[in-house]
Design a protein around this ligand. Structure first.
Ligand code: ADE
Length: 267
């Protein structure tokens, strides 16, 4: 190589080495999945095994499943069961902590936040639909002071994936995140302002941490309940959880099959 060529190559490599703009095939992915019911079928599908020597601090409930699937190192991390109450540690606090610890420990090329969501039939959603979120924002962080208001909303964009969307025929829509399963009128107004089709309890928190640490992230959300329907949300969610998880896992497998052998810029 000429000296100019070498300098050019080095500066390009430096650029490509920054953040998540890798020009090599994706090799290491981390799924962040809040509920065990959502995660276990995928753990089985990819034939992953639980890591007994957890990378995480001692005594935290976080769980990591790992294995090789095709050319990919696949990790599924879950926040695990609350130490006192024994239920899945859903919501933004656990999701943010787990995302941070997973990025530090596993250095993924891509994060996939997969899970279930509520959705609006008025915006075209039905039970069992699987969405790839284009944007994510919070709907329960109201701070009515200039600029703090925007900080509260915390709008962030998902990794651009036009080829995934085209190839897998997924629905695309904006995702709004809050720490409640139900929806009070103030949350509803914020969700409408966010122009969201789907509503979850982790996405924007995962996006915040991924953005902090400059890791690309996508959001795959399957609809368990219709937020603007007649049925009580908790009842509808529990009724549809198992069946909709199957749809989520099918879509997640297709996404992973598509990702295999490709660079981020090809998604
Ligand atoms: N996950 C599944 N359904 C949900 C809803 N309605 N709100 C928030 N998260 C959800």
């Amino acid at each position: 190589r000429s000296p100019e060529g070498l300098i050019m190559t080095i500066s390009m490599e430096n650029k490509l080495g920054e953040g998540s703009m890798v020009a090599r095939p994706i090799s290491n992915i981390v799924f962040i999945i809040a509920m065990q019911t959502e995660a276990l079928p995928l753990v089985n599908k990819f034939e992953l095994t639980e890591d007994p020597n957890s990378l995480f601090p001692k005594n935290v409930p976080w769980v990591r499943y790992n294995g090789k699937y095709k050319d990919l190192n696949v990790n599924i991390v879950c926040p695990g069961k609350d130490a006192i109450l024994g239920v899945d540690s859903v919501g933004t606090v656990s999701a943010a902590l787990l995302t941070y610890a997973s990025i530090q420990a596993l250095k993924p090329d891509l994060i996939i936040n997969a899970g279930t969501a509520g959705a609006f039939k008025a915006k075209g959603a039905s039970i069992g639909d699987v969405y790839l979120a284009s944007d994510v924002a919070f709907h329960d962080r109201r701070i009515p002071i200039p600029v703090f208001d925007l900080y509260g909303v915390g709008l962030r964009q998902a990794c651009c994936t036009p080829n995934v969307i085209k190839a897998l025929n997924l629905k695309v829509g904006k995702l709004s995140t809050g720490d409640s399963l139900d929806m009070c009128p103030l949350d509803e107004a914020s969700i409408m302002k966010n122009d969201a089709v789907i509503k979850d309890m982790e996405g924007a928190a995962v996006a915040y941490v991924a953005d902090l640490l400059k890791v690309s992230v996508i959001f795959l959300k399957a609809v368990t309940d219709i937020v603007d329907g007649d049925k009580p949300t908790a009842e509808e969610f529990l009724q549809n959880l198992a069946a909709v998880t199957a749809a989520l896992d099918e879509a997640a497998t297709k996404v992973v099959d598509f990702i295999n052998g490709k660079c981020l810029s090809e998604l």
